[in-house]
Design a protein around this ligand. Structure first.
Ligand code: ZN
Length: 133
C-alpha cells in the first residue's frame, strides 16, 4: 500500500512548555492542538506545515515509550508517519513483505487517527508509523 504523503513527524521533547515557543517561532505558526494519549503515556502538540504535521511528544511516564526513548537517546526525531488509506491493510502488506511489526492491527492514536508501527529492526533504524483517518 503506497503512502500518499508524510502525515507527521514525531519528535520527542522533554517538555512541551519549554519547546513550544521554539517550534512556534521556527515554523511561524501556532500549535493548533494539545492532546494527551493516556494509553501511550504521552502528551502531544501539533503543528500543520502544508499537508504534514509536526507532532511533539512529551512523556507522562518514564516507563512509557517516549520516557524510555528520552532516557536512551535524549530529545530528537522519534518516528515518521506515512498517510495511507487503511493503516491495518498497510500493516498486513508490510508483514507479507517480511517486515516486523509492532502493531498487527491499527489502534487509535492522537486526533482520532488509526495508527500502527513497524518495528525499527526491519526498517533500517527508523520507527515507521502508518496513519489513516
Ligand atoms: Zn505519530
Amino acid at each position: 500500500m503506497k503512502p500518499t504523503h508524510i502525515e507527521h513527524i514525531g519528535i520527542a521533547v522533554k517538555s512541551l512548555e519549554e519547546s513550544l515557543p521554539y517550534y512556534e517561532n521556527l515554523l511561524g505558526t501556532k500549535c493548533y492542538n494539545v492532546e494527551e494519549v493516556k494509553e501511550q503515556h504521552v502528551k502531544t502538540a501539533f503543528f500543520l506545515i502544508g499537508e504534514t504535521k509536526i507532532e511533539l511528544l512529551e512523556s507522562t511516564d518514564p516507563e512509557g515509550p517516549i520516557g524510555k526513548f528520552l532516557e536512551k537517546k535524549g530529545e530528537g526525531i522519534h518516528h515518521i508517519a506515512f498517510a495511507v488509506d487503511d493503516a491495518t491493510a498497510a500493516l498486513s502488506d508490510a508483514e507479507k513483505q517480511g517486515l516486523l511489526l509492532i502493531d498487527k492491527v491499527s489502534r487509535k492514536g492522537a486526533e482520532g487517527m488509526n495508527i500502527g508501527f513497524l518495528h525499527p529492526k526491519s526498517t533500517h533504524g527508523v520507527l515507521v508509523e502508518f496513519c489513516s483517518k
